[in-house]
Design a protein around this ligand. Structure first.
Ligand code: ADP
Ligand code: MG
Length: 899
């Protein structure tokens, strides 16, 4: 498939090189040398009106005079000429453009204007795809295509490397040569005015030669596209990302704890985690991980076996492993016995396995083989030091042989220089990643462990925590928005808590009291013990000014407390407007911990949810994790698991665990509120008391954007991920005494989905999937139940039995292409419900969704003998094409025009 029309750039047959000069050392000159020198089999047209020939190749004066239309134009002229040339490319019907010239956004407003001019031309030719400007170009080693001014063409391989920085790109390529790492593609995207990460991940995700993707990221302009594309491919192709600029600017002054806590880089981190990417933190690590992923071996867990011929390096590796939260694999009794047999009696008798300095390569290799086959070991690191008896090259050869026998990664660190060179080269050549130090090896290993852990959480089946709303959320929001004053920005504790309460989060509601008398009255009404807090629109941190008095037990204490608060606040913040106090119930949650739970808007990724250690020390410890709404049980739990205080929540040293289910439920509820509320800029529950007996929000504060509140944006535009599409949940329809609900599938449906497939005959499964596939595994089930609702929607038909048990009786699935034009449709109905027109109802429902989704065409496939399906499609006006040789039937229908 020509994903995003990018074949013209990555598989061109004819290339026009515009702006090539006679100087072989200019950018254009280098590109021409590379193009010709790399052995490109296609045609190259140098274009330059000022010369008859460059480097002995005849020049064409302009694009119009070319004998054939090129697929790709490469522009290396001065910046001010570029926009015009892009317009000419469009007019000439050239589909692909790479702009290498610099002098654009990176140079200031004039450059910015030039970019806009280019986009103006591009708008007239929407099919045209542009890479750059300010980029290093594109290399496709497999096609011997080097459209870049990089000094070498890297060797052929399976990594697609996409880099925002050209300079970093060349250094990676150079390093890769040294390490015998190959690439399926190298793309320098530069300023990325058109083609961006999302497109390229889609393209190389679909590319057979690419097995993993490496990204060098400075900033992401289109987070939604990025996240959808990454999520679509992270499972099948590891994506490793290095993000530059971790500490870009001090956090902007924020009105709440949440705002101050969530730095932009943490949001990127959360985004990478949520999409299943592996992040590395320094350039060296990119290389180290690339080694491992290039070999295409991902560890299943964090248990590392270490085999070495010297004690010291084993200890170094162990230290590094423990520091990175890895696990030193425990060896099974069998493995130990076998090693006992093989090794001299002084061996280390455990992991790290020290085979001793006098070991020859055979002994080393045998030990590696034994350790790698231990089921408790996820990967093996082999460390070799130079020893008189050991031939490092032969040891490398022996270890390299084992690599082909196992699916577990083997990493090597041949410590030393000259003596080791030959062995290291052998390992590299034979697919074993090598590291200069054991620490580097451990770090690379742990990055990939983290990656597989991310994926695992991502696709773990969430427990179904029922989150039901007694009130209609739309109505809550309508009333809330109607109650706002024009220009109201910061909402009081009472107002904030009312909204939280409406969303089902338990709160202590404060009552305002302007003077001592009404404060007493309120206190009696609520019932002691109570809490007084200063009531002032100008005070953010109430306790800082002596504005909070807890545990007031009677009228006498209340009277004193009122005056104490007034006195203290007048003294500490005299200019603040004072409106008396608020009165609320004193929470009594035994053994409660204080958490912070909040919402924040990030400039790039939109709304995020934050949870962390709370109370007055929230900023001090900065123990927090971020997530993207909507959350489900698994994602919320993972956020908690990532906190340093997680052990305290789970129960620690005799302390009972907190009510995690209620906490997770509150997080999910808050994520609904976040998804429903583009106007919330910040929301801060601090603290949320969380104890074994429940949870309670005792302080809350909210900042809203009055402009958004007044003029609601397109739904979910503030979210990086599309939430569960509740709008596609149908009313129940009646059929043969059953009430059937059609609704999009969700991850929690996995057990029901499996049950449904279990109740289907082999024939039904075959006619849906076209092969007898093994559906009864979590891995497979997640692929079908965990979808992004952006590119894929599956609609299930659900019935509820008399016993309240839910069952899925059919599922229709829509998968859109990356351009969002054509959608593939497939349907499965369980045998018991076939022949009752459930298929028809479900299909109509799905086609309706496809139409609302803005898709243009539906395609589906079936077989000539599947008369029921064919009848169904025929009845709905699908065009039917039968392939007489295979008896496959392709059906299709335009759904926008034809209704
Ligand atoms: P601040 O504006 O200083 O954050 P808070 O309302 O959070 O003021 O109160 C400060 C502290 O007092 C909280 O961190 C919490 O420990 C405690 N607190 C506040 N309200 C209550 C309450 N209703 N019940 C019990 N403790 C409370
Ligand atoms: Mg507080």
């Amino acid at each position: 498939m020509n994903v995003h029309n990018l074949d013209c750039i990555f598989k061109p047959e004819r290339i026009a090189l515009v702006g090539v000069s006679t100087n072989p050392n200019s950018v254009g000159g280098k590109v021409l040398t590379n193009l010709v020198g790399s052995g490109f089999r296609g045609v190259v047209y140098p274009v330059n009106p000022r010369h008859e020939a460059v480097m002995a190749m005849p020049c064409f004066p302009d694009l119009e005079s070319l004998p054939h239309r090129p697929d790709l134009a490469v522009i290396c002229t001065a910046a001010h000429e570029v926009a015009d040339l892009v317009g000419q490319c469009g007019a000439a019907g050239i589909p692909g453009v790479i702009i290498m010239s610099s002098g654009f956004r990176e140079t200031g407003p004039e450059g910015q204007r030039r970019e806009e001019e280019i986009l103006g031309h591009k708008a007239r030719f929407p099919e045209m795809r542009i890479i750059g400007p300010n980029c290093l170009g594109v290399i496709m080693p497999d096609l011997k295509l080097n459209v870049s001014f990089a000094p070498h063409t890297p060797r052929q391989g399976h990594i697609a490397f996409i880099s925002q920085s050209g300079a970093l790109g060349t250094s990676v390529l150079d390093w890769a040569r040294e390490e015998s790492i190959g690439f399926s593609a190298f793309v320098s995207i530069g300023n990325a005015i058109d083609v961006d990460y999302g497109h390229l991940i889609d393209y190389f995700g679909d590319d057979e030669k690419t097995r993993s993707i490496l990204l060098y990221v400075e900033s992401i302009a289109h987070p939604r596209k990025f996240m959808t594309a990454s999520r679509a491919f992270a499972r099948s192709k590891p994506i490793i990302v290095y993000k530059a600029g971790r500490f870009p600017e001090s956090a902007a002054v924020a009105a709440s704890h949440t705002g101050a806590l969530a730095a932009a880089d943490d949001v990127y981190n959360a985004a990478f985690q949520r999409t299943g990417l592996a992040r590395v933190f320094d350039i060296g690590e990119i290389f180290d991980c690339a080694e491992l992923i290039a070999r295409n071996k991902i560890p299943k867990g964090s248990r590392l076996g270490i085999v070495t011929n010297a004690g010291g390096p084993g200890v170094m590796a162990t230290d590094a492993l423990v520091a990175a939260h890895g696990t030193l694999a425990g060896l099974s009794a069998e493995t130990l016995a076998s090693l006992d047999e093989q090794l001299p009696p002084q061996w280390s008798k455990g992991n790290p396995v020290d085979v001793l300095g006098d070991a020859r390569s055979k002994r080393l290799a045998r030990a590696v083989r034994t350790v790698v086959s231990d089921p408790g070991v996820d990967a093996v690191l082999v460390i070799l030091t130079p020893q008189a008896m050991t031939n490092p090259t032969r040891a490398a050869q022996a270890v390299a042989d084992i690599q082909t026998e196992t699916r577990k990664p083997i990493l090597a660190s041949w410590l030393g220089g000259h003596l080791m060179r030959e062995g290291v080269a052998w390992l590299n050549e034979h697919g074993i990643p090598t590291y200069k130090t054991p620490e580097q090896a451990v770090r690379a290993f742990m990055t990939l462990v983290e990656y597989s852990r991310n994926l695992e959480t991502l696709y773990e089946t969430p427990r179904d925590i029922p989150v039901e709303f007694t009130l209609d959320r739309k109505k809550i929001k309508r009333e809330f928005l109607a109650g706002l004053q024009p220009d109201e920005r910061v909402l009081s504790e009472a107002r904030s808590k009312q909204l939280l309460q409406a969303y089902g989060i338990p709160v202590t509601l404060p009552v305002a009291a302007a003077d001592a008398k009404s404060a007493l009255q309120a206190a009696r009404q609520i019932g002691y013990p109570i809490v007084f807090k200063v009531h002032s629109p100008d005070i953010t941190h109430k306790s800082d000014v002596g504005g909070v008095i807890l545990d007031i037990r009677d009228d006498g204490q209340a009277a004193d407390a009122f005056h104490a608060i007034m006195r203290s606040v007048r003294e500490k913040q005299p200019e603040a407007r004072l409106e008396g106090v608020t009165v609320q119930k004193m929470a009594s949650l035994p053994e409660a911990r204080e958490l912070i739970l909040g919402i924040k808007q990030d400039a790039v990724f939109g709304t995020v949810i934050l949870v962390g250690a709370g109370g007055v020390t929230a900023e001090l410890f900065a123990d927090r994790s971020l997530g993207f709404p909507p959350l489900n049980e698994r994602l919320a739990r993972r956020m908690l698991e990532d906190l340093k205080i997680w052990p305290l929540l789970k129960g620690y040293r005799g302390k009972p665990p907190v009510d995690l289910d209620r906490l997770i439920e509150a997080m999910i509820r808050l994520s609904y509120l976040a998804a429903d509320s583009p106007e919330i800029l910040e929301l801060d529950i601090n603290p949320l008391l969380v104890g074994p007996g429940g949870i309670l929000a005792v302080d809350a504060r909210m900042v809203i954007d009055p402009a958004v509140a007044a003029r609601p944006a397109e739904p979910y535009a503030h979210l990086a991920l599309r939430p569960y599409p509740e709008e596609y949940v149908s009313e129940a329809v009646e059929m043969d005494g059953h009430h059937i609900v059609f609704r999009p599938i969700k991850p929690e449906d996995e057990p029901l989905w499996m049950e449904m497939l279990g109740s289907c005959s082999r024939e039904s499964i075959y006619s849906r999937f076209r092969y007898f596939f093994q559906w009864a595994s979590h891995d497979v089930a997640t692929r079908y139940c965990y979808i992004d609702y952006h590119r894929e929607i599956a609609v299930v038909a659900e019935i509820t039995g008399d016993d309240g048990k839910k069952r899925l009786i059919g599922v229709g699935r829509l998968i859109a292409d990356p351009e969002h034009e054509t959608v593939e449709y497939a349907i499965l109905i369980i045998d018991e419900f076939q022949n009752r027109d459930l298929g028809g109802l479900l299909t109509d429902y799905c086609l309706d969704i496809a139409r609302k989704w803005g898709l243009k065409k539906v395609v589906a496939q079936t077989t000539a003998d599947n008369h029921r399906m064919l009848a169904l499609f025929k009845k709905r006006g699908f065009a039917i094409h039968t392939d007489p040789r295979t008896s496959t039937v392709d059906v299709e229908k335009d759904i926008q025009e034809a209704k």
